[in-house]
Design a protein around this ligand. Sequence first.
Ligand SMILES: Nc1ncnc2c1ncn2[C@@H]1O[C@H](COP(=O)(O)OP(=O)(O)OP(=O)(O)O)[C@@H](O)[C@H]1O
Length: 383
Amino acid sequence: MSETCAVRLAGVWKWYRGTVVPAVRDLWLDVRAGELLAILGPSGCGKTTTLRLIAGLERPDTGAIEIGGRVVAGGGRFVPPEERGVGLVFQDYALFPHLTVEENIAFGLRGFARQERARRVQELLALTGLEAFRTRYPHQLSGGQQQRVAIARALAPHPAVLLLDEPFANLDAELRLRMREELRRLLRDVGVTVILVTHDRDEALALADRVAVMLEGTVVQVDTPERVYHEPRTREVARLLGQASFVPARVLGRLGRSDIGSFALEGAEEPTEQVELLLRPRDVVLERHPEGLGVVVDRRFVGAETIYRVLLRCGITVETSQPPSVELAIGERVEVRCNRARVAAFAGDERIGLAALLERLGRTRSADTEAPVAGGTDGAAAS
Ligand SMILES: Nc1ncnc2c1ncn2[C@@H]1O[C@H](COP(=O)(O)OP(=O)(O)OP(=O)(O)O)[C@@H](O)[C@H]1O
């Protein structure tokens, strides 16, 4: 195991008693020291089980778990939770209702000398901005303040790893955004390795250094937020990360042609005849044009932007997000251009490599007499 690896799960499987389908299956994951890794996945995919396995609240049926280079589960070994150097913050914070803020924070420091404990509690009260609330009880605090107490309590004994289970689930939308920023700042100051579980993609993308996408009990991709969003491994991952349109493109050799431009395929070992390009709403530029290949079929004003749905010649409707300066009416004809230098291309369910857009729509449109891609009926090839 590399020195910079804080947590490693190697081929972990977990079945709950009496169940046939494993909650976690063949899970491999390396978490780097000091990073904030978000485990993102739909409800029931095994996120909480993964955290509980790392914390030592569950035992894996097979596979191994290492923390800081030490095997804590697997091969007949099982290190109990309190000896793992891991702090855990539950979804409901699990604060002790009969203890004050400072008593809650001190709870994790039972083995410490009195003076040292008082010093550490003071440090955490300052770090989390809770000094003014030290003698309050949990029911006298807001949701955001309760969350800070739970985090302070978990951080008190200097854990090497902090585990957060849906930390914003109990906060309203506005507070959630504010706490997200606060948490990021706080954790950056502390420099602890963090594994955060969430089903909220915006949260994962905004907070994490890397995102581990989990589906049906296993991690299917671990990458930076930018990469999981723009270069998802499968269509399912693409959809989980946000609105996705797939635009068909005809491939000839390493060149492809689509209603949003022509492109060169990179990395495809055996290019297929047909691929589909992943477009995110912000990847698209719309321009009013009487000969454009798209028609506006829907518009939805959402404040800072307008969502346009545009039907392409190939029969696909793409969803796009446009700035207020773009004002188009339903039924108008538009040019549809991709403003990214590279987009992901898919054959079947899997991404096959990156497609680099070479030309822009203007030139594609000038070849308008050619057969349309995908939905088209004749086989005329683009050259
Ligand atoms: N104690 C248990 N006994 C039996 N099955 C369980 C138990 N806990 C979880 N499961 C099952 O294991 C699977 C994974 O559950 P888990 O709670 O890890 O998912 P999750 O991704 O955290 O879901 P959510 O986002 O809804 O919290 C689910 O199918 C769930 O029903």
